[in-house]
Design a binder for this molecule. Structure first.
Ligand code: GUN
Length: 288
């Protein structure tokens, strides 16, 4: 039997159209165009692609966006100065500093410098704390994209055992918080596995919903999946032949899983879409 494919591209398009509609009503009502400013430090090729995708998505949804490009050689204090200017700018509703940052710049310090009300990535400790106690200001983009994919594909999370492989601050940890939370898209029993977990296969085979967020090609093989499980692949790895691949061995998984996200075309388009949602949310705050 072959798994059904969860089409992230189609679902993201549907959600972007909804967001574009809400952006248009907001602009009509308040004469404010929500605006995202991204900061890109250095020339990392993957980051350049991500930033381009984010800007194009903003444009298509009716949001304003601009990009500040800084050289690798920029000092931490110059970067912090730029962020402070954006913190103060009344027409800027979302600030995003693309990661990774060059050596010599502390990502921790930089992310803490972003005003929490404009922190559309939801990386600031204040926003992470608010998420943890169930009163989120923003939802982090990739985890929120995963939850939205599950909802819109009709995958029940309530009471389900969700096994997340990966404990990063960007995906694993916040996704675990969201999925254990009460309510729609949550109410799951969540296990988080990582590189030190014993008997990994025994754990992953318990999953009704298995999330791979490790960042290693070929990490999840067919034997690690319970027949019929839903498999969400958050990995974005460059294969030796230059192709974009996930963490899951797709050809094996598709024969065993009940439903699966492809890479590309699964979680990736959702991440960008949720950034649009957060920028609109940032703008709404200014009119309340
Ligand atoms: N680099 C990789 N993923 C992300 C993300 O979600 N946000 C930012 N700012 N940088 C990233």
């Amino acid at each position: 039997m072959s798994a059904s494919i969860i089409d992230g591209k189609r679902i993201a398009k549907e959600l972007r159209e909804e967001i574009a509609g809400r952006v248009a009503s907001f602009r009509g009502e308040h004469s404010i165009q929500p605006k995202l400013v991204a900061i890109l430090v250095g020339e990392d090729p993957a980051s350049q692609v991500y930033i381009r995708n984010k800007q194009r998505a903003c444009e298509q949804a009716g949001l304003a966006s601009s990009l500040i490009r800084l050289p690798d050689s920029v000092s931490q204090s110059e970067l912090l100065g730029q962020i402070e200017d954006l913190n103060q700018a009344p027409d800027v509703h979302g600030i995003l500093v693309q990661l990774p940052l060059p050596e010599g710049i502390s990502a921790d310090l930089v992310l803490r410098a972003i005003r929490p009300e404009k922190d559309v990535d939801c990386f600031h400790p204040e926003n992470v704390g608010m998420l943890a106690i169930g009163t989120p200001r923003f939802l982090p983009c990739t985890p929120a994209g995963v939850v939205e994919l599950l909802k819109r594909s009709g995958v029940e999370t309530r009471g389900a055992h969700v096994v997340i492989c990966g404990r990063s601050n960007i995906v694993g940890k916040p996704l675990a918080l969201m999925m254990m939370q009460k309510g729609d898209g949550g109410d799951a029993t969540v296990s988080v596995c990582h590189s030190r977990s014993r008997n990994l296969e025994e754990l992953t085979r318990q999953a009704d919903i298995l999330v791979a967020a490790v960042g290693r090609e070929g990490f999840i093989t067919g034997s690690m999946i319970r027949p019929g499980a839903t498999v969400i692949d958050v990995g974005t790895n460059r294969s030796a032949n230059g192709k974009l691949v996930g963490d899951v061995v797709f050809e094996e998984a598709v024969e065993i899983a009940g439903a699966i996200t492809p890479v590309p075309g699964g979680v990736g388009p959702m991440t960008v879409t949720l950034l649009l949602e957060n920028t609109l949310r940032g703008a709404r705050r200014t009119v309340r």
